[in-house]
Design a protein around this ligand. Structure first.
Ligand code: CO
Length: 208
């Protein structure tokens, strides 16, 4: 890819935006008030804004390999805290995707160097749901199910945080688990029962 194209595209984009609304950028600098926090995979095929059809300013985005919400990852924890506590988003979304290389790597045994501890967290999800996963004989559906269960577990990790528990008690706030299918382009809501999970885990993870 010729990087010069990117700058040419950027010039075209600026012109396009200003043609529609001459104050477009003047309005953008006033600040952001996104209602959605999106935590997705870094995979180049799963472009958060494009697949959702949203505009700049609509969604606060965090992406990493396999959309993980690790309890000790200062980066994702800071993003969740800032989005929930300060931006006061109404929705937190964890969006996984089928054909995820990170999840696939976690299903195979290979020494991936610096990636090992990261993949270990996905293997923890496998271990938690081993009974169910091991009943799925074929690799492809098992891999897809692990993608879904990983989304569910990362939603639980979001729910464990103090800022989310507080937001849920005090205002309109929900956590959602979604999966994007690279094969069809379809975005599916896993319909995770956020309230039931919250009730269930509060006994252990309750902050106050
Ligand atoms: Co991925």
């Amino acid at each position: 890819m010729d990087l010069q194209h990117i700058f040419a595209n950027n010039e075209k984009w600026i012109k396009h935006k200003l043609d529609i609304d001459k104050d477009y950028f003047n309005n953008l600098i006033k600040g952001q008030r996104p209602e959605i926090l999106y935590i997705g995979c870094s995979d180049s095929r799963v472009s958060a804004e494009e697949l959702m059809g949203v505009k700049p300013g609509d969604v606060f985005v965090h992406r990493n390999i396999a959309n993980m919400v690790s309890n000790t990852d200062l980066n994702v924890q800071t993003v969740v805290n800032f989005a929930v506590k300060h931006l006061k988003v109404k929705h937190a979304v964890v969006c996984g995707h089928y054909y995820c290389g990170g999840v696939k790597a976690a299903m195979q045994s290979a020494d991936m160097g610096i990636l090992n501890p990261w993949l270990r967290s996905i293997r923890d999800v496998y271990r938690l749901h081993q009974k169910e996963l091991d009943t799925i004989e074929d690799e492809e559906p098992r891999y897809k199910r692990l993608v879904e269960l990983n989304v569910q577990e990362q939603c639980i990790n979001v729910i464990k945080t103090a800022s989310v528990q507080k937001a849920y008690k005090e205002r309109d706030f929900q956590v959602h688990g979604w999966v994007f299918d690279v094969k069809t382009g379809k975005l599916n809501d896993l319909k995770i029962d956020f309230e039931a999970i919250l009730e269930d885990i509060m006994r252990i993870y309750k902050i106050s």
